[in-house]
Design a protein around this ligand. Structure first.
Ligand code: MG
Length: 312
């Protein structure tokens, strides 16, 4: 008997400063930039730092430009911005400090209409306009498909429909596709089904995964994904985040939990756990409460685990 062979390394996109902090009380852009730099110091080479949304609609994301202006550019680090529309994309591109754009569309028609008040088709059309603008400046676009493994409204979404949407997003100019388990309903079986369909329709694409902890299944789903060859994951420092628009959405898979676990499996991430835990502590101070990540909790409760986990 043998465990499945896993990739030797994975790349992690740290989404805490955006996906995590968007659901918290507003925090000054200078402090959000400090958090991004602390995550960069830990070895996070792709950080979703901001979103260029309406400040009225999402007050915690106000001051995106100020955050970007405080981040020194380096050749080895990618700063990503979420943009909801062409206007946001133009604002992000105008900073000159954004290396990648993320856009979202739901595989669930109802979720998409409730979340962004558009049909899926209208969202894809807007993503085409965003990709045209971004590509002109050599900035890649990653289309994140929310509810890729099920919807709180329709229930299951056929894997073939998710793959067909991925195809349309690539045709619209997206250079990458990420599958988000928005409400934490994914299982190894549904992940396998969607990845299999996508491999048929887009054989050259390596989708990323954005997993949530709603039912405590994020690491089990991550293990299945790794065994299926996925090498790109979104995670959030402290396990902050979740969708403010989806009932029962849990936090994102915590970066420190994922990194500690990958270290134990000898899967390389380039992220240093000790330094990451410093960024996690900074995050807890920023939001003014304890974080749901477990590596932190273990260190506080019984001191068990590795020397890295023993750090305060
Ligand atoms: Mg999320």
């Amino acid at each position: 008997m043998a465990l499945p062979t896993l990739p030797r390394s994975v790349s992690i996109r740290e989404v805490g400063p955006r996906d995590g902090l968007q659901g918290e009380r507003p925090i000054d852009p200078s402090r959000r930039a400090e958090l991004v730099l602390a995550l960069r110091a830990a070895g996070c080479t792709n950080i979703e730092a901001v979103s260029f949304v309406s400040e009225k609609a999402v007050p915690p994301m106000a001051g995106a430009r100020e955050v970007i202006e405080r981040l020194p550019r380096t050749s080895e680090s990618v700063i990503t911005a979420l943009v909801p529309n062409l206007r946001g994309a133009e604002a992000a591109l105008a900073t000159g400090g954004v290396d990648e754009l993320t856009v979202t569309v739901a595989a669930s028609a109802v979720y998409n209409e409730r979340n962004v008040h558009r049909t899926i088709e209208e969202s894809v059309d807007e993503i085409r306009r965003i990709a045209d603008a971004a590509t002109a400046q050599l900035v890649p676009v990653d289309a994140v498909i929310s509810c890729a493994f099920g919807s709180p409204y329709e229930g299951g979404i056929p894997a073939a429909d998710v793959a067909a949407l991925a195809r349309r997003l690539v045709d619209a100019g997206s250079s990458a596709v990420t599958l988000a388990d928005t409400t934490g309903v994914a299982t190894p079986k549904t992940i396998e089904a969607v990845l299999r369909e996508i491999a048929q329709v887009l054989p050259g694409l390596s989708p990323g995964l954005h997993l949530h902890e709603t039912r405590g299944t994020a690491l089990a789903n991550a293990y299945a994904s790794l065994a299926l060859g996925v090498t790109r994951f979104d995670t959030s420092v402290g396990g902050l985040g979740g969708s403010p628009f989806a009932d029962g959405a849990g936090g994102n898979l915590a970066t420190e939990d994922f990194v500690a676990w990958l270290d134990s499996l000898s899967v390389h991430t380039g992220i240093d756990l000790d330094t990451l835990l410093i960024a996690a502590r900074m995050t807890a101070e920023l939001v003014g409460r304890e974080l749901p990540s477990k590596v932190r909790a273990i260190s506080g409760v019984n001191g068990a685990g590795s020397s890295a986990i023993l750090r305060p």
